[in-house]
Write a protein that binds this ligand. Structure first.
Ligand code: MSP
Length: 654
């Protein structure tokens, strides 16, 4: 993507490290990733930030409960987030941890500006505190000893504290909401925020003195900085605020802060107030999504009903999960998760509608034209199909810009439906019997493939791995993620290109069997909801130097990969150049296996690759990874592969 594009800065909330990620966090991050990928394909220079919120009472207590230091817990949990994001193909540009020195420096710089303005003073706090929300609540909002936001238990807290003059910013904030109606999205949420501020803002306690796990309060180190002041600052500290300002000057103000509705108040009231006080520009938009519910209750560790994304990824692959979350939720509203809905979506939309269409079209090109894409004949212009594709494209673009992911995807499926009908109506299998109609058949095959190319391009922000696989199986030029979305094109596929009919794009799942297995597993794991789950396999206390810990091993990112194409490397007897699909992208890997394997014999195999190896040049070809092989005493390679041929590309191997 061109580096000269318009800067576009998108952020996720930074996640608490008191517990491992669940489907709620996964949703926020997948939406942000989809926005980032979509904007890149629109030609923007995107910066995508995520990270972890590691300070505060909640983390300190959770660590204590596990008998470890807060930083040890943070170090363990942060890896769970990182590895989940890696499995999900999350394309973040930076990952910030609030325990990093660069973050502390930025917090101190922001604090100094606000302090210099005279907006910080010392007093004492007496009131209710909700440790789960890390939030103060006035007496009149607490109902039956529980917080008004999420019904967690609150505690009476009295301590010396520093305050931020939030009350001063009531009017400036209301003015900002009036002048920038797009600041909070969706509108219903903006109304809530405005009503909250109109009801009156009290000064906000921004330091705590009854525990120590936090950034020392700059003007009084007996206190720590209130965790929300600390956390919200991440959006600028990660841009070098308080140090090197180059990134800050380029990317601030943020285009989108993506948050869940539970934390909108912090982002749409406190955060802009801090920035106003510091004289910094305000983010352009704070966008709030709804909650994933299970049995009408928010999915959260404290409330139960947790949906773990890992088994879904293991059983279905990454892209079905990404697709489901975006397709099923109307952005801004709550949505209900159920295993039934999940399997249903995957089987209907992905396996039946799209997967079957792709394999049918590719099979016809293989059967009737030997896998070589024929040239369309202008005499048989399929104008209606092209028009349907254009409408889907334009509608998709408008919907994704407006964050209406579910309807944007529905438009792609309108095109998928039209392509399926196009094939059924034209009955190419009949035309194929008539040699005089060869040019008509050529055109039908070409247009079906070109329609699928359009589908792949549009799906790339949502399902980058599957879109890439579809793209290359059609013999389309370049990479799907480099396909610009700002202009509809038809006729991009080059006649004469080689198509590849590989494994099914989305294997169908046996619904009854899977639901039964999911229910059995849930029963087993529901027994001990209060026991803190081990965060990582225990490492030996003092490993001998030749031993490595599980964490050392997990740093090597092994993944299943499908070989899409292979050829000999010119002038090197032992080397094959492989084009492999690693689930999230297509890579070139040079492997020293030509003494035992021909190029042809490698195509279609599922191999295991080291996906995070630094690229290296071998005989002039850049190899972006390494393939695993065992070797006998003579050094002859035996490529490692999976026993089960249905294993898709992109699964983590460990
Ligand atoms: N640490 C704070 C955010 C600080 S940002 C400066 C925090 N962390 S969190 O880990 O509790 O939650 C992060 C995000 O996950 C929030 O946007 C929250 O809305 C989202 N989700 C957590 N559970 C959720 C659902 N059940 N459904 C959808 N998203 C939810 O808050």
């Amino acid at each position: 993507m061109p580096e000269s594009g318009r800067p576009f800065y998108v952020t996720t909330p930074i996640y608490y490290v008191n517990d491992v990620p669940h489907i709620g966090h996964t949703y926020t991050t997948i939406v942000a990733d989809t926005i980032a990928r979509f904007r890149r394909q629109r030609g923007d220079e995107v910066r995508f930030l995520t990270g972890t919120d590691e300070h505060g009472q909640k983390i300190e207590r959770a660590a204590k409960g596990r008998g470890i230091r807060p930083i040890e817990m943070a170090d363990q949990v942060v890896e769970r987030f990182r590895s989940l994001w890696q499995s999900l193909g999350i394309s973040y540009d930076d990952f910030v941890r609030t325990t990093e020195p660069r973050h502390r420096k930025g917090v101190e710089a922001l604090f100094a500006k606000i302090d210099a303005k005279g907006d910080i003073y010392k007093d004492a706090y007496a009131g209710w505190y909700c440790t789960s929300c890390e939030s103060f609540f006035p007496e009149n909002q607490v109902v039956g000893g529980r917080c008004p936001d999420q019904g967690h238990k609150v505690e009476w807290t009295e301590e010396e504290s520093y305050f931020f003059r939030l009350s001063r910013y009531q009017e400036p904030l209301l003015k900002h909401y009036r002048e920038h109606p797009e600041f909070v999205f969706p509108d219903s949420r903006r109304n809530e925020v405005v009503a909250f501020v109109e009801a009156g803002l009290k000064d906000l306690s921004i330091s705590r003195s009854s525990f120590t796990w936090g950034i020392p309060f700059p003007s009084d180190p007996k206190h720590v900085v209130y965790v929300w002041f600390d956390a919200l600052s991440n959006y600028i500290t990660a841009l070098g605020y308080g140090a090197d300002r180059a990134l800050y000057d380029r990317f601030w103000p943020a285009d989108i802060h993506l948050v869940g509705k539970d934390i909108l108040r912090f982002h749409a009231i406190y955060w802009p107030a801090f920035l106003l006080a510091a004289g910094e520009p305000l983010p352009k938009r704070v966008v709030a999504h709804g909650w994933w519910l299970r049995d009408a209750a928010k999915i959260s560790k404290s409330k139960g009903g947790v949906v773990d994304p890992l088994p879904l990824i293991r059983d279905f692959g990454v892209d079905p999960l990404r697709y489901f979350l975006l397709r099923e939720m109307v952005f801004g509203q709550d949505a209900n998760y159920s295993d039934e809905a999940f399997v249903e979506r995957v089987n209907t939309d992905l396996a039946n509608d799209l997967g079957n269409l792709a394999s049918r079209a590719l099979k016809m090109i293989e059967d009737y034209r030997g896998g070589i894409l024929p040239a369309p004949d202008p005499a048989f212009d399929d104008a209606a199909l092209r028009q349907t594709a254009r409408l889907a494209w334009d509608g998709f673009l408008a919907d994704f810009e407006g964050l209406a992911f579910n309807t944007g995807l529905a438009r792609v499926w309108e095109l998928v439906g039209a392509l399926n009908r196009f094939i059924v109506q034209h009955e190419p299998w009949k035309i194929a019997r008539d040699p005089a109609a060869a040019r008509r058949l050529d055109t039908i095959l070409y247009d079906a493939a070109e329609g699928l190319r359009v589908v792949a391009a549009l799906l790339a922000p949502v399902m980058p791995g599957s879109a890439g696989r579809l793209w290359s199986s059609l013999g389309a030029p370049g990479s799907v993620t480099d396909t610009r979305l700002d202009r509809f094109q038809w006729g991009v596929l080059a006649p004469g290109a080689r198509t590849v009919r590989g494994a099914a794009l989305f294997p169908r799942i046996d619904k009854a069997a899977w639901l039964q297995a999911a229910a059995d597993t849930r029963e087993k794991t529901m027994d001990t909801p209060e026991t803190p789950a081990p965060l990582a396999a225990a490492a030996p206390a003092a490993p001998a130097s030749s031993e490595i810990t599980i964490d050392d091993f997990l740093r090597v990112e092994l993944r299943t990969a499908k070989v899409l194409a292979a050829e000999k490397v010119q002038g090197a007897d032992k080397l094959l150049k492989l084009t492999v699909d690693i689930g999230t992208e297509i890579r070139t890997i040079v492997a020293g296996i030509a003494t035992r394997y021909s190029a042809e014999s490698m195509v279609g195999r599922t191999v295991i690759v080291v996906a995070n190896l630094k690229p290296a040049k071998l005989r002039g070809v850049v190899s972006q990874g390494m393939l695993l092989a065992a070797s006998d005493a003579t050094g002859a390679p035996f490529v490692l592969t999976t026993e089960d041929p249905s294993v898709p590309a992109g699964w983590r191997v460990k």
